[in-house]
Design a protein around this ligand. Structure first.
Ligand SMILES: [Zn+2]
Length: 300
């Protein structure tokens, strides 16, 4: 689904005459392969949040090992460090890599000699619960954070664009088209269009203000914080201005197509369903498939 979505979206954009130079996605295996083999001219970046989440999950498993308890106190800092590497290196792979690996020195209270491009840490004097160089925790962290596959992906962390805006939009799509209801292609497409109108009408909303002119915030305790809180800005009320535009369009269409039949014919031309994804599979006779299934599981 992810790959098919990417292919179709890229086609729509390219058909509009837009030249794509960069794209940011998660680390989906098929998407990586497709972009590498078919869209080599596009810089493929990875979204920091997805990479940070995977590193955090691995660190959470690690700190439960005997001798690695100190890793717990470092998990959030290491995750923050990943965002710092991505945001401050302008996509320079070597620089990102040296910054990332410098954390293995930093946690042992060593703040210099990281590499040519990033010789020393940028922070001032600090006091932390340092991890002893060569200790079990340090060795395990070297294995985990210095793993070749992870470092290769860290080098391609997106310097600018992140997918969080898109994910916020997906939440809005779920409001207009709940996942537990099955819609036909035409209905789904219109619901997605409505969600897009809502997102566009409400992009860049300002933060709400209290009666005495202070910025409004809310506190929440999300599961991923493990009992800790986060402070979120409260935004202004949503706008539904687009409903007026839709009503105007509705009246225009009512005048253009003066009978239900005419309107239906016009709509059918607009929403032609593409073939289902399974139509590309090679079809077999059901009786043959059952026969093969039975002989495989009967031990004969
Ligand atoms: Zn340091």
């Amino acid at each position: 689904m992810e790959l098919e979505g990417l292919k179709r979206t890229m086609k729509v954009v390219e058909d509009m005459g837009v030249t794509l130079s960069d794209t940011t996605t998660d680390r989906h295996v098929q998407v990586r392969k497709y972009l590498r083999e078919n869209k080599g001219h596009i810089n493929h970046w990875f979204d920091s949040w997805h990479v940070a989440k995977s590193v955090k999950t691995k660190l959470t498993t690690l700190w439960k090992k005997r001798g690695c308890e100190k890793v717990a106190k470092w998990t959030q800092s290491i995750s923050n460090h990943l965002y710092f590497c991505a945001a401050t290196s302008e996509g320079d792979g070597d620089l990102v890599e040296q910054k990332w690996l410098s954390v293995l020195n930093h946690i042992t209270n060593k703040h210099e000699g990281h590499g040519e491009k990033f010789p020393s840490c940028t922070h001032g004097p600090i006091e932390r619960d340092w991890i002893k160089e060569g200790s079990k925790a340090h060795k395990e962290l070297q294995l985990l954070l210095g793993k070749k596959r992870l470092v290769t992906d860290i080098r391609k962390l997106s310097p600018v664009d992140q997918t969080s805006g898109l994910e916020a939009h997906h939440k809005i799509v779920c409001q207009f088209a709940p996942k537990f209801v099955s819609f036909s292609y035409a209905v789904m497409k219109q619901r997605i269009n409505l969600a897009a109108l809502h997102t566009c009408s409400n992009a860049g909303r300002a933060q709400a203000i209290t009666r005495d002119g202070q910025l409004r915030y809310s506190l929440s305790y999300p599961k991923y914080k493990g009992g800790k809180h986060i402070v979120k800005p409260v935004m202004e009320e949503c706008s539904y201005d687009y409903i007026d535009d839709l009503n105007t369009e509705l009246i225009r269409l009512r005048k253009t197509y003066n009978s239900h039949r005419k309107a239906q014919d016009a709509a059918h031309k607009l929403y032609i369903s593409p073939p289902p994804l399974s139509s590309g599979a090679s079809h077999v006779l059901k009786s043959d498939a059952i026969l093969a299934h039975r002989s495989r599981f009967s031990g004969q």
